[in-house]
Write a protein that binds this ligand. Sequence first.
Ligand code: C5P
Length: 420
Amino acid sequence: MSAQTALPTLQGKHIVLGVSGGIAAYKSALLARLLKKAGADIKVVMTQGAHAFITPLTFQALTGNSVHDTLLDADAEAGMGHIELARWADLVVIAPATANVIARLANGHADDLLTTICLASPAPKYLAPAMNQQMWSNPIVRANTERLETFGWSLLGPDDGEQACGDVGSGRMLEPETIVERLLSSTSSPAERASRSGISGISGKKVVITAGPTREALDPVRYLSNYSSGKMGYALAAAAYAAGASVTLISGPVQLEPPTGITVVNVTSAEQMLDAARSESSDADIFIAAAAVADFRPQQVAEHKIKKGGDSTASLELVKNPDIVATIAGEYASLFCVGFAAETQSLLENASSKLTRKKLDMIVANQVGEGLAFDQDSNAVTLLWQDAQQTLQQRAFPMQSKHQLARQLLDAIFAHYQTQ
Ligand code: C5P
């Protein structure tokens, strides 16, 4: 069964679809249609600006419901359309969300119907920003968006790519299909997600994943780190959640949007990552170590910025960081542990020796260097494990997007997990 056709879990859900005034408003027509197809009942609320881009009639025809845009509506029961709509909504989705509507929402304005509904509704709220890339990277817009996230709003996108204004960058509204997929994923039960993903046996299990680099402080303004982007770990977290797992992602500093539905624990150093891994592993079923943990940290963290001095050389005293995955595998014997081995040479020999040395159940051997894997969107790997007779088994996964690869790897990891 394909992911798209199974279980329309938006069945019967009341969705207020807020449309604000951006060029991406034309995509909201398709979004309304797809949400309705997924079983939802949609009421569209347009801002004043949205009228310049699309007509209420379009949404009325697509949703079968009249469109709302007036705060003080004499036709609404008791003249309080905002309260009625706020109570009616199971979900509020604003797509496109312009910089202006984001700013008004972030500051609690209630000067039109949409912003007032958002203040009056306890329903989960989603925001699909759409604006010029320069506007999206503006710190004021970012601060407003982050403020909304701290108040529980969930961010859908934005996407990277070519923009209507001719710029290229981040700020495009997510495609309507992706928005529906994200909503389906975040509003469905573990069993529904598992059934849609086609990956079985993981529904309701707790998966803990480490991702990204660690930073090891030298002084208040400097650190040692590596080029890991966190993309592989984040893709694994998204795929594990989509397969029905409850996922905790322990993340070093990265520039990635956390996948929907996942608990993220942000850490900086290897020692913090180990602390988080220890406390998250006590009730976990599977631990996947995808982080590129710094092997060493400076022995001393200088209290003040280290001065250049007159010497032409300088040296650093380093101490070994704890091996997080080996520690967790040692402390939680029944936890199914999977590691990564990023190698520039003798890939399979080095990976298989790490498999046994760190007492892992499986290891993902990953050729790195010369532009491979680190900070790339694609990856090719070989999964290694020992069968019941202690014979080394391996399965190669060809070069593909990290998202696709994550799904295939999890399929194989979960299959092996269930034989244990
Ligand atoms: O020994 P090496 O760093 O090559 O091992 C890689 C694997 O071990 C990865 O899964 C990585 O996340 C994990 N690791 C760890 N803690 C460390 C070093 C590596 O968990 N300090």
